[in-house]
Design a protein around this ligand. Structure first.
Ligand code: PNS
Length: 351
């Protein structure tokens, strides 16, 4: 440990496969955060040996929660807490980070300081999804420290503070704004995502600080592709939009929004035919979650005729899809949906 009540105590051996933050990075990171604390709560995600959270406890933080899935790493955290005599102020959650974070959000837990130091093998998309949750987990004025090979894409609605590079590691500090950020959820079936969807998403991204696209998994109508595949296509066509992220939505839209602290649903509206079903959904959602507003973006005139079901039908009969779906996914859509001669059946308006 570098400083504070456990300063000078040597931590236990590092288990195989764990890459702890080097002393140099840790020292300057705490330099950037302010050297000492008084009673703040800390969340150490992908905790590894727990060195970051333990250093924060040693420097005056009140309580720390460590989340780590690896058994040997959890053993190392326990040993390090024992050596530093900080066990009584610590809680260890042995679970997958994504799942643990979902639960902490549901329980309404908040932290003043969150460390996110994912192993290199963790995909960027997982880290981005995590950044969005941080807004709900951070107490007002709280800060999150992200360690990554490169700058994380998007801030999940948080304010980007100090960012420094140390060799192959970039340490970025994100801060929670005192005012709640403008987060919108853009839900849909996206079976498949069309040029019309993309236009609405792009325009929503210009209005809100962050837009989470929620790809519905359990839909009344039966989608042709699994949600993870539909989400992958949406991700592909929105990768250039910095403040847009994509997630699969398993349950109710209102729960999805509540868990993320979102107050706005944004949907595209094409014509009178969409209105009835959209009106019904908006009213139902507002009954379930009264603070939730649904905002509609009128589709551009050139897309007012465009729907996923029309795209599926054209694909099924080998028609030309150029201009109807984004270029990057033309081939995949052509291939996947061309197998489906029942493509447009059982369909309601509004998809
Ligand atoms: O693209 P679509 O078909 O208009 O999207 C429909 C979607 C995904 C927005 C809707 O089915 C939905 O919200 N599903 C989640 C389950 C839910 O919350 N249902 C109650 C709202 S009516």
């Amino acid at each position: 440990m570098i400083a504070g009540e456990a300063g000078g105590i040597v931590l236990g051996p590092v288990p195989r496969g764990v890459r702890p933050t080097s002393d140099r990075v840790r020292e300057s990171l705490f330099g950037a955060l302010g050297q000492f604390f008084s009673g703040e709560s800390v969340l150490d995600l992908y905790a590894g040996t727990g060195a970051l959270g333990i250093e924060a406890l040693s420097r005056g933080c009140g309580r720390a929660t460590f989340v780590e899935r690896d058994r040997r790493a959890v053993f190392a955290i326990r040993e390090n807490l024992r050596r530093t005599r900080l066990e009584s102020r610590a809680e260890i959650i042995r679970e997958d980070v994504g799942r643990a974070v979902e639960r902490l959000v549901r329980e309404g837990r908040t932290y003043d300081l969150i460390f996110v130091d994912p192993p290199y093998r963790i995909a960027d998309s997982e880290v981005e999804n995590l950044l969005i949750r941080l807004d709900s987990l951070l107490a007002p004025g709280g800060r999150a420290v992200i360690e990554r090979g490169r700058m994380p894409r998007g801030e999940g609605g948080l304010e980007r503070g100090d960012a420094r590079r140390y060799g192959g590691t970039v340490v970025t500090i994100l801060e929670k704004r005192e005012i709640t950020m403008n987060l919108a959820i853009c839900p849909g079936s996206f079976d498949p995502v069309t040029a019309g969807h993309l236009d609405v998403i792009r325009r929503a991204a210009g209005i809100f600080d962050h837009v989470v696209i929620a790809v519905g998994a359990n839909l009344r109508k039966r989608p042709r592709l699994p949600a993870s595949e539909r989400a992958r296509l949406v991700q592909k066509v929105t990768s250039h939009l910095e403040n847009v992220s994509v997630e699969v939505m398993d349950g109710l839209l209102v729960e999805f929004a509540r868990e993320r602290g979102a107050r706005v649903i944004v949907k595209g509206l094409r014509a009178v035919s969409d209105f009835e079903s959209e009106f019904e959904q908006a009213q139902l959602n507002r009954t379930l979650y009264p603070e939730l507003e649904t905002v509609f973006i009128m589709s551009a005139a050139e897309h007012s005729f465009l729907s996923s079901s029309a795209v599926r039908e054209i694909a099924a009969f080998g028609g030309d899809l150029r201009g109807l779906v984004p270029d990057e996914i033309l081939d995949v859509v052509r291939e996947v949906y061309s197998k489906d001669r029942t493509a447009s059946s059982g369909e309601e308006a509004g998809s």
